[in-house]
Design a protein around this ligand. Structure first.
Ligand code: ZN
Length: 241
């Protein structure tokens, strides 16, 4: 989990995503892939050649302001404390999704990855998310988008209640895969794939639990086993659908 802990060490407060983007691009520098960075700072990666691609997505930014983070791992849980021993957030929302994208790029021959800036920014304050304005042509030859930006374990968000947007049918992921990895379709909140669907993206999308808890709070932590299970779940979807 070395790369995951390095991601947690980087502060990527919304609008300050340069360092984490640099780190991510360094991690994939030796892989046979192409990427583009758009004018907003979103990154779109293509590995392999195919008529139609599976795609995973995540967001670069986090809500936590920069501070000293001493990353700890205890009994399969990763969290951070500051110099006073107080708990501080690690931005597992959504660095767990970034870590998954990196690991999937290493293990799969054909994959697209979309990494967005400023997902955490509030539109009520007049901000735009990276996924509000990006060029959608990247998704023209994409089969589906699996975003890993959901708390906890076992949720496959197929419908966004707040925006009343259906992301995919509840039977998009076959039952045997859901059961094997302990996932079930649920209704959930807003993230980049919701913005993409709201803009008219017609392919199935979903948002998947990736093992983080207490998002946006100092007590944020990751359950490593649940994150690893998410990796296997997403990989099985990619290889099966
Ligand atoms: Zn998030």
């Amino acid at each position: 989990m070395n790369i995951l802990k390095q991601l947690y060490q980087i502060n990527s407060y919304s609008g300050s995503e340069d360092e984490i983007r640099r780190f991510v691009l360094q991690q994939v520098a030796d892989l046979p892939l192409q990427f583009i960075q758009d004018s907003f700072g979103n990154v779109f990666i293509t590995k392999g050649v195919s008529e139609s691609y599976p795609c995973v997505s995540a967001h670069f930014d986090e809500v936590h302001q920069p501070c000293m983070r001493n990353i700890q791992e205890l009994d399969g849980i990763i969290f951070a404390i500051n110099e006073k021993g107080e708990r501080v957030g690690i931005g597992a929302d959504d660095k767990n999704g970034i870590w998954l994208a990196l690991e999937l790029l290493k293990s799969l021959d054909v994959l697209k990855v979309a990494l967005f800036v400023q997902e955490e920014k509030s539109t009520y304050e007049g901000y735009r998310h990276g996924s509000d304005d990006c060029d959608l042509t990247f998704f023209n030859n994409v089969k589906f988008v699996l975003q890993c930006d959901r708390k906890g374990a076992g949720d496959l968000v197929t419908y966004c209640t707040k925006k009343e947007i259906r992301l995919c049918d509840d039977d998009f992921v076959p039952k045997w895969i859901l059961q094997k990895y302990g996932y079930a379709p649920v209704e959930g909140g807003v993230t980049d794939v919701v913005h993409l669907k709201g803009r008219g993206l017609h392919i199935p999308c979903c948002n998947i639990s990736c093992g983080f808890y207490n998002a946006h709070q100092p007590e944020e932590y990751t359950n490593v086993a649940e994150l690893l299970n998410c990796f296997e779940f997403v990989k099985m979807i990619v290889l099966s659908i």
